[in-house]
Design a protein around this ligand. Structure first.
Ligand code: SF4
Length: 191
């Protein structure tokens, strides 16, 4: 039986991240030494295009830690590949949201773990993570960049909080998933 190409491809463009989540499945901190270079990432877009891939999810790590992220997205767009980004949202301000939109980013999935800053920040390993994530959602809304809140922690309703904080109709969808045990960062508590 001949198997056709996948409909969707997920590309972890970097393992670098600005947060230190307890539940990080990719053990992300610094960029892995064997990450694709810009040139290699562009060639990958060529290959995906040849294979007929039309939907690409770029995540990480935190994709926005890669300086060439939007070059890759722009190139993918020129090949007819629709790209969405999985992000923690903390590095998105108004200017970045505009640049993402202009590069061809179709939507952003922003992770939020709890309805309150204290709980979210304790998961994320940074004291102002919640505030910065909500600010990122607000920047997306103000710019017209579609986004969704995704969350796995089951206490409270973080999406409702995100919806309230980023009020104005920008929050189109929500996604809830259960965290799998393990994959935690070395030396930190399993969830
Ligand atoms: S935001 Fe958290 S879970 Fe996501 S890559 Fe960074 S450290 Fe890992």
């Amino acid at each position: 039986m001949q198997v056709g190409p996948p409909f969707i491809v997920s590309y972890s463009i970097t393992t670098k991240c600005n947060l230190k989540c307890k539940h990080c499945y990719s053990d992300s901190v610094e960029a892995a030494p064997d990450e694709l270079s810009t040139e290699e990432a562009l060639r990958l877009m060529d290959d995906l295009s040849k294979w007929g891939i039309r939907l690409l999810v770029i995540d990480g790590g935190e994709p926005l830690c890669r300086q060439d992220l939007l070059d890759v997205v722009k190139y993918a767009s020129s090949k007819g590949i629709r790209t969405t980004i999985g992000s923690n949202g903390t590095l998105i301000d108004g200017a970045m949201a505009r640049r993402m939109l202009d590069a061809g980013v179709r939507a952003v999935a922003i992770s939020v773990d709890a309805a309150d800053a204290k709980t979210h920040d304790s998961f994320r390993g940074m004291s102002s993570a919640f505030e910065q994530t909500i600010r990122g959602m607000e920047a997306c809304r103000a710019t017209g960049l579609p986004f969704q809140a995704k969350h796995g922690h089951q206490e409270g309703d973080p999406v409702a909080t995100a919806r309230h904080a980023a009020s104005g109709g920008g929050l189109g969808r929500q996604c809830r998933r259960v965290l799998r045990p393990g994959g935690d960062r070395k030396g930190q508590t399993r969830v």
